[in-house]
Design a protein around this ligand. Structure first.
Ligand code: ZN
Length: 457
């Protein structure tokens, strides 16, 4: 039997360290290594969760398991512990401090559980189209793609629906019908150029609509993996693919168009500047190339990448991501920019160089994130120091504290924040229900608020 989460009373710094080991996957792995035949997970009275049972959710890792695991509520755990002369609250109080207690045998009680596992398999398809090279010798191809799947009614996936909206269709107009629409537009434009003899290129252009992105880039990863088995060294796609361009959420052009992955090749800055000159889009280049989208399936296999993204917003992954909220002229201009970049790469004599970047330190692992503030960071406003808010969830801790969209968070619980990574790190140090100070910059002034983190679960 293990407790969920991590010790509640340790200092923030230590929490940030422990959080890496608090994940249930980690605990299950450890239990298996120690020879456990099964795992009981209990929340405990000090955890202040909304639901004592761990929600059953889909894990896209597609892994088998040799360890049965069940979640039990506190009263079942109490009864098991009572048989061994122990008390759950007392144990948790003791273990919440800095010194962990020794493990002990749970003798005297028996528990019978019947676990029924049903292995479900489903098929999905990527949809690809090719514009063949028109001259030889053939050079590495250009691929441009967008994911066509979405989260349906949001069950088991990362729905951000408010209470009252749960279970409704999440239309996904921005994420990612906008990207697929732009992809089709780009394909039509380039095919037309080709038909008129204005795109005579030694490079094939591949248009890809990926499935399974929301489950963890399954479609693009399958394609890239399969293609790599045909490459000369089997690991890198560099000999086959010159560059991969991606469109994931391009329907909400407001202040900025983020072009992500600029650090993956030295060609991007100049390329973007030249192709954007006639269009004048408000481009914000970002160098990070480890992105939560299909581009990563290619970047990890030696291919320079570029992802177009118009930013996070309060309707993201909710039933409010609807078609009438899309900025259509904006999406069309973004499609034009990405088409011009694709064309330029297709005609270029040289293949773009690949820059292997280190994964940013303290890469935010939202999976382990438990404290909930109800903030929606504006993704990668890289030119500012702090975390800019694109919105706050209604009725959430940030809303109650008095934070507004447009606020720039500069400090949380005594920790100065420069970017969203720092923010995730600071969030990991928070304790549910313990009020802390949050400082934001609003209209040039730094304001201080008190905020009380709630539990995400
Ligand atoms: Zn997406």
């Amino acid at each position: 039997m293990v407790l969920r989460y991590l010790p509640e009373s340790v200092p923030g710094e230590f929490r940030q360290h422990l959080v890496n080991y608090a994940d249930l996957h980690y605990k299950a792995m450890l239990a298996r290594e120690k020879g456990a035949r099964g795992l009981l997970v209990v929340s405990g009275p000090n955890s202040r969760v909304r639901d004592q049972l761990v929600p059953l959710s889909f894990d896209a890792a597609l892994a088998g398991s040799s360890l049965g695991a069940i979640s039990i509520n506190d009263s079942v755990a109490e009864r098991l512990l009572a048989a061994a002369g122990r008390n759950l609250k007392e144990l948790q109080d003791a273990w919440d401090g800095q010194t962990p207690g020794p493990r002990f045998e749970l003798a005297g009680g028996t528990l019978e559980a019947h676990i029924q596992l049903k292995h479900q398999q489903a098929g999905a398809r990527n949809v690809l189209a090719r514009l063949p090279a028109t001259q030889g010798p053939q050079k590495p191809a250009i691929i441009i793609g967008a994911h066509l799947d979405h989260i349906g009614r949001g069950e088991g996936l990362n729905s951000l629906a408010r209470s009252g909206e749960q279970g409704q269709v999440h239309p996904g107009a921005d994420d990612n019908a906008s990207g697929v629409a732009a992809l089709l537009e780009i394909a039509q434009y380039l095919a037309d150029l080709r038909n008129r003899g204005e795109l005579d290129s030694p490079r094939e252009i591949i248009f890809a609509a990926w499935s399974g992105e929301e489950l963890g880039r399954l479609g693009s990863d399958h394609f890239a993996h399969t293609l790599a088995t045909r490459a000369t060294d089997g690991q890198s796609l560099a000999s086959l693919v010159a560059a991969y361009l991606n469109l994931d959420m391009v329907g909400r052009l407001d202040r900025s168009l983020y072009l992500q992955g600029v650090g993956s090749s030295s060609v991007w800055s100049g390329e973007i500047e030249r192709r954007n000159a006639p269009l004048g889009l408000p481009v914000v280049p970002q160098s990070d190339s480890y992105l939560p989208t299909d581009a990563t399936s290619f970047y990890l296999r030696g291919v320079p990448i570029l992802n177009a993204f118009t930013g996070a917003h309060p309707d993201y992954n909710t039933p409010r991501d609807t078609a009438e909220r899309i900025n259509y002229p904006g999406a069309a201009r973004i499609a034009r920019l990405m088409a011009l970049i694709t064309r330029s790469l297709a005609l270029a004599e040289n293949t773009p160089d690949y820059v292997a970047m280190a994964k940013p330190a303290g890469s935010p692992s939202r999976r382990n994130l438990r404290a909930y503030l109800g903030t929606i960071p504006e993704y990668g406003a890289s030119d500012i120091v702090g975390v800019k808010l694109a919105g706050v969830a209604k009725g959430g801790p940030a809303d109650k504290a008095g934070l507004n969209n447009g606020d720039l968070i500069v400090e949380l619980a005594g920790r100065k924040l420069e970017n969203v990574y720092d923010y995730t790190y600071a969030l990991n140090g928070l304790k549910i229900g313990q009020t802390v100070t949050i400082k934001v910059r609003r209209k040039g002034k730094v304001l201080e608020f008190s905020i009380t983190p709630a539990s995400r679960e």
